[in-house]
Ligand binder design. Structure first.
Ligand SMILES: [Fe+2]
Length: 288
């Protein structure tokens, strides 16, 4: 089967048209999609999908085990109220309130981050499906962390390669979550992990920067000023327009990003216009 893919930008991202993810995909077809995703730097867009929850989970499961599935870790407790009550693999993102209860997490991820990077085994693919989105606004920005790494000088790459950084949910909790909403158990160390600053994606075999302003607290062994200066330099570099793609959502879009090689930023600029998306999150190996 030949799958046609179109580039989203000169350096990363691809779009596949005329394809129904709800179909029973053969292993060969799934592998072809995964190859396109990997070659495109870990960002893949599908329009016009009609996925029910079971199909969304079944497709996602082919990438690996999912956060929330029986026998696997769940996402942090603070977001447990936004998990689908019958499908613990589904994390809901929404500003809609039904019967006094939020239908999902409002304003999720309004900062550059790699999903769940504060865990020893963070996220691999995130697969986000748009049910209802505003006419305009609510875009998601993606940054190609492999492209950003490769554009650095050899001397700077050599400086970064032996370094480690701590990632901590508390960084986001302090800034992004109202204090009463944060579950204290999330702050006791279970959501804190040390990862290499440069990791290798085992699938594409490309190296990428693996630090993000949303969750990275500091560089291991550095003092606070040194850490802030170097991380600030890396964040400014990685967020340059040359390494980014901005996705404008339509209902029925499925976007798959690889958190090992891509960071993302959800723009919260749409006021009260209703927005509802569902996400599955594949668990990664330990970053190396
Ligand atoms: Fe996210």
């Amino acid at each position: 089967m030949i799958i046609a893919a179109e580039q989203l930008s000169p350096i990363f991202g691809a779009k596949i048209s005329g394809f129904d993810l709800a179909d029973d995909l053969t292993d060969e077809t799934f592998e072809a999609i995964r190859q396109i995703w990997s070659k495109a730097g870990g960002l893949l867009v599908f329009h016009g999908q009609k996925l029910d929850i079971e199909a969304h989970i079944a497709f996602s499961r082919r990438f690996g085990p999912l956060f929330g599935e029986p026998g696997e870790a769940s996402l942090q407790e603070t977001v447990s109220r936004y998990i689908h009550p019958e499908h613990p693999e589904i994390y809901r993102v929404s500003n809609i309130v039904e019967n006094g209860q939020p239908k999902g997490r409002k304003g999720a991820g309004t900062y550059w981050h790699s999903d769940v990077s504060f865990r020893e085994t963070p996220a691999q693919a995130s697969i986000l499906y748009a049910h209802e989105v505003p006419e305009v606004g609510g875009d998601t920005l993606f940054a190609d962390m492999s492209g950003a790494y490769e554009a650095l000088s050899e001397a700077f790459k050599a400086l970064l390669t032996p370094l480690y950084a701590w990632h901590d949910f508390e960084v986001a909790a302090r800034r992004q979550y109202a204090r009463p909403a944060v579950i204290e158990a999330d702050m006791d160390g279970a959501n804190r992990a040390r990862h290499p600053v440069v990791r290798t994606n085992p699938q594409s075999e490309r190296k990428s920067l693996f630090v993000n302003p949303g969750f990275t607290s500091h560089l291991y062994g550095f003092n606070a000023d040194e850490s802030a200066t170097l991380l600030g330099q890396l964040y400014g570099h990685a967020a340059r327009p040359e390494f980014s793609h901005r996705h404008r959502w339509r209902p029925g879009d499925v976007v798959i990003w690889d958190n090992r090689s891509v960071m993302h930023y959800a723009v919260c600029d749409y006021g009260e216009a209703p927005r509802y998306l569902e996400r599955t999150t594949v668990i990664s190996d330990r970053p190396l």
